[in-house]
Write a protein that binds this ligand. Structure first.
Ligand code: SF4
Ligand code: SF4
Length: 182
C-alpha cells in the first residue's frame, strides 16, 4: 500500500469485464510502476493520454494484470470512472483496504461530492472490520476516518497500519514504521 499499482492477481488479469477503459488512461499516470521508465504522477512515456497505450501488445505484466474497481464493479456509476473522478479506486486484495490513488494535478479531487461522503461511509464500514481506507497523492497517504482524516505522510512498503479495538467501543489505529512485511 505505497502508491504502487496494486496487484490485482494474474487470474483477474485474464478475466473479461463488461466495461472497457475507453478514453481513460489515468492508471498510466498516478501509480509507481517499476517496469515503466516514468516517475509516478507523470504520464507513462508509452501512454497517449485519452487514447491508450502505445505498446499495448507488449505492455508490462503489471499493467496487463491491473483493473481498477470502476472496470470490475459495474454497479459503480459513471462518476466513478477515473478520468471523471480524477482518482483510481482499487481494493487491496491482501488487506481488504480501499485505496484511492489521486491525480496529483487535482489532489483534492476525492474531497468533492459525491465522492467524499461515500468514501467516508465506506471508511466507517471498513473500520468495523479492521480494514482501512487510504487516499494517496503520489506516495503521501491519508487515512480516512469517520470523524476526521489522518495525514500519514509517505508510506513505505515496510510500514504497517494496525487497526483494532481501542477499548470503550473505540477503534485504535497505529502506524508502525519500518516493520518488515509478513
Ligand atoms: S484507471 Fe481504470 S478505467 Fe482508467 S485506464 Fe486504468 S483500468 Fe482503465
Ligand atoms: S506501459 Fe502502457 S499500460 Fe503500462 S503504464 Fe505505460 S501506457 Fe499504461
Amino acid at each position: 500500500m505505497t502508491g504502487q499499482m496494486p496487484g490485482q492477481g494474474a487470474a483477474q488479469g485474464a478475466q473479461t469485464f463488461k466495461r472497457t477503459c475507453g478514453t481513460c488512461t489515468l492508471c498510466c499516470k498516478v501509480y509507481d510502476i517499476p517496469a515503466v521508465p516514468t516517475a509516478m504522477g507523470e504520464w507513462c512515456a508509452h501512454c497517449e493520454p485519452g487514447k491508450g497505450c502505445k505498446i499495448w501488445e507488449s505492455r508490462p505484466d503489471q499493467c496487463r494484470a491491473f483493473h481498477c474497481n470502476w472496470i470490475m464493479m459495474d454497479w459503480l456509476g459513471e462518476e466513478w470512472k477515473p478520468e471523471i473522478a480524477k482518482f483510481v479506486f482499487t481494493l487491496d486484495p491482501t488487506s481488504g483496504y480501499l485505496l484511492f490513488q489521486v491525480d496529483p494535478g487535482v489532489p483534492d479531487a476525492w474531497k468533492r461530492e459525491p465522492y467524499y461522503s461515500q468514501i467516508k461511509t465506506w471508511a466507517a464500514e471498513g473500520l468495523s472490520r479492521a480494514r482501512g481506507t487510504l487516499v494517496f497523492v503520489n506516495k503521501a497517504a491519508t487515512l480516512v476516518m469517520p470523524d476526521g482524516d489522518a495525514q500519514l505522510g509517505e508510506l513505505k512498503p515496510e510500514d504497517r497500519i494496525n487497526i483494532g479495538p481501542g477499548g470503550d467501543g473505540t477503534i485504535k489505529v497505529e502506524v508502525k514504521r519500518g516493520q518488515k512485511p509478513n
